[in-house]
Design a protein around this ligand. Structure first.
Ligand SMILES: Cc1cc2nc3c(=O)[nH]c(=O)nc-3n(C[C@H](O)[C@H](O)[C@H](O)COP(=O)(O)OP(=O)(O)OC[C@H]3O[C@@H](n4cnc5c(N)ncnc54)[C@H](O)[C@@H]3O)c2cc1C
Length: 427
């Protein structure tokens, strides 16, 4: 495999998964073009917290069983980051999972051997872009700089991948279009679909593949630490804190603030509230202020005032006081429907087309395994495409699908128990 490595690589999707892959291939000396439909300035502004390693022991163990350290994101940055920019907050790493009672007091602290490093999507995106192509206009992480032997990099945003054709031998033709609808093509040796749970690449290869809603949504958002009362900050501490109730749960952890700052007071209090809704409720909350219905998510600033107000009232009525304070103060929450997708194949067209990351399996967010999965796919691909390859593409696919199947089930079981069952911590 190492002798026939492709030279022109096109990656569909310039989110975290696509950037992991792009960095690996460019450091192997290949020329990489990323096609991303969303502009970088909109993309980076996800306002979301993200954990750098799995928070479920079962996910950690499954990753470890594949011969990794169990924390592939950390492994990835250790090997590939040239910026040295602090990319996560490790203050919670020796602390606990903290469970609260409805009255706001601490019910239980559970020490965990897992690394609880917390980060923001925005910071990870910036560090990865600085490593991939030196960053973008509004980026704040200094460029990592090219080294001899690195391949060329292009990150084209505002372009949508539409199709791929096999040209024979080791060539494929990639079709895409700009925001103005202008159609373009690009010839390459390898196409990698890092285009997320609704992947177009996957749909072209496996037309019957589906993404299904799981019966609940996540309300997410942040409030600056300095705007939260001392009482609430003290209760939260540097832990990952949960409040479970019948039919849902909410969690909190601190994440880096503006431009990745880790300064106390300037960090963000990050909330994820998993809340059950029925089908008509889903459609109602995912309809934006202009009356447009969105399929799986509604971004910051798009939630209708009456929907926000109703959720504020529910928060007041059922959440524990510290969580309610943060939810009430969140200015720009956003909503994500929790969904499942799982494929049975990740290699197509005789190895000229691959899918990675959430396109393979969109794991339930409780697993905090999605990011680890993306980093692991990239690290394993290095073993396939490096000069002295130590893994075949068949073995890569076997590991990728094996992990996705296991992790997907772990996530579904966890979600079913915590949202629809009798969770032992539920108040
Ligand atoms: C708000 C949020 C919070 C998260 N929290 C966690 C967490 O705490 N822990 C964790 O492990 N994981 C978390 N995840 C998941 C994690 O971010 C993903 O698993 C990881 O980024 C890998 O995803 P991906 O890049 O494969 O797909 P995605 O992040 O879904 O990216 C797909 C990209 O492809 C682009 N795209 C799609 N179709 C096309 C097309 N036709 N043409 C061009 N571009 C296209 C999309 O615009 C998007 O940028 C979170 C995700 C989000 C969005």
């Amino acid at each position: 495999m190492g002798e026939q490595t492709p030279k022109q690589v096109v990656i569909v999707g310039g989110s975290l998964g696509g950037l992991f892959i792009g960095i690996v291939f460019t450091r192997l000396g290949h020329n990489v073009t990323i096609l991303e439909r969303t502009s970088a300035d909109v993309l980076r502004d996800q306002g979301a917290g993200i954990s750098v390693s799995p928070c479920l022991t079962a996910i950690y163990e499954s990753i470890k069983a594949l011969g990794t350290s169990g924390a592939p994101v950390i492994d990835f940055f250790t090997e590939y980051d040239r910026t040295g920019f602090p990319y996560y907050d490790g203050r919670c790493k020796d602390k606990s999972f903290r469970f609260l009672k409805r009255d706001g007091s601490v019910k239980q602290d559970l020490k965990t051997p897992l690394l609880l490093g917390t980060c923001s999507w925005d910071l990870l995106y910036n560090v990865l872009r600085a490593n991939f192509d030196g960053g973008y206009e509004m980026g704040y992480v200094p460029a990592a700089g090219k080294r001899e032997g690195d391949g060329e990099t292009r990150y084209l945003d505002g372009v949508r991948f539409t199709g791929v054709r096999d040209l024979g031998d080791d060539l494929i033709r990639i079709e895409y279009e700009g925001l103005d609808g202008e159609k373009k093509t690009l010839d390459a040796n390898l196409l990698i679909g890092a285009d997320g749970p609704s992947s177009t690449v996957r749909k072209l290869m496996l037309p019957k593949s589906e993404r299904k809603w799981a019966g609940y949504v996540a309300w997410r958002g942040n409030v600056k630490e300095s705007e939260i009362s001392r009482e609430t900050l003290d209760i939260m501490g540097e832990n990952v804190t949960f409040f479970y109730l019948k039919g849902g749960h909410i969690l909190h952890y601190k994440i880096p603030g503006y431009h990745g700052t880790l300064k106390e007071g300037d960090r963000m209090c990050n909330i994820v509230w998993y809340h059950n809704v029925d089908e008509s409720g889903l459609q109602r909350i995912l309809t934006d202020s202009c009356g447009q219905l969105h399929k799986f998510s509604l971004g910051a600033g798009m939630i209708r005032p009456q929907v926000r107000e109703e959720q504020r009232k529910i928060s007041e009525a059922i959440l524990t006081k510290p969580m309610n304070e943060i939810f009430q103060k969140m200015e720009q929450p956003f909503i994500q429907a929790v969904t499942d997708n799982l494929t049975t194949k990740a290699v197509f067209m005789g190895g000229k087309v691959l899918i990675v990351g959430d396109a393979v399996a969109g794991l339930r967010p409780h697993t905090t395994g999605g990011l680890s999965q993306g980093a692991m796919h990239a690290l394993f691909l290095k073993s396939v495409f490096e000069k002295d390859a130590t893994m075949s593409l068949e073995e890569w696919e076997r590991r990728v699908i094996g992990f996705a199947t296991t992790a997907s089930k772990i996530g579904v079981d966890f979600g079913t128990l915590s949202q629809f069952g009798d969770h032992p911590q539920a108040e």
